[in-house]
Design a protein around this ligand. Sequence first.
Ligand code: 2BA
Length: 106
Amino acid sequence: MKLIFAIVNKDDSQEVSSALTEEGFSVTKMATTGGFLMAGNTTLLIGAEDHLVDDIISIIEKHSKKRTRMISRAPSGGKSGKAVPMELTVGGATIFVTDVERYEKV
Ligand code: 2BA
C-alpha cells in the first residue's frame, strides 16, 4: 500500500478531490502553506493499493493547473540591492508517494 501526498493549488483542490472521490478513492484535505511564497495551498492525503497509484496521479494531473506568479526579489536573495520582478511557474501538483508499513481502521 502507498500513501500519496499531493500539494495542489487551493483553487484546484475541490475539483481534484471531487474527481478522486468520484472514482472511489478516499481523500483527506489539509490546508497548508508553501514555504517559499507563503501562500495557502492544499495537501491531499490518499491511501491506496500500489497498482492504483498511476491512476491517482493521472487524475491529479488532469485537474491541477499550472499558474504563473510574479514576485519581487532582491538579486541573489540578499538584503541589499533593488528588488527585481521574477516570474515563477507554480504547480500543477507536487506529488510524493511513500510506502505504508501498516494500515488499520479500528
Ligand atoms: P512554495 O514553497 O510556496 O513554492 C511556490 C513556487 O515557488 C514553487 O512552485 C516554485 O516554482 C518556486 N520555488 C519554491 N521554492 C523555491 C526556491 N527555493 N527558489 C526559487 N523558487 C522556488 P512548485 O514547485 O510548483 O511548488 C508548489 C508548492 O508545492 C510549494 O509552495 C510547496 O508548498 C510545495 N512543494 C514543492 N516542492 C516541494 C518539496 N520538495 N518539498 C515540500 N514541499 C514542496
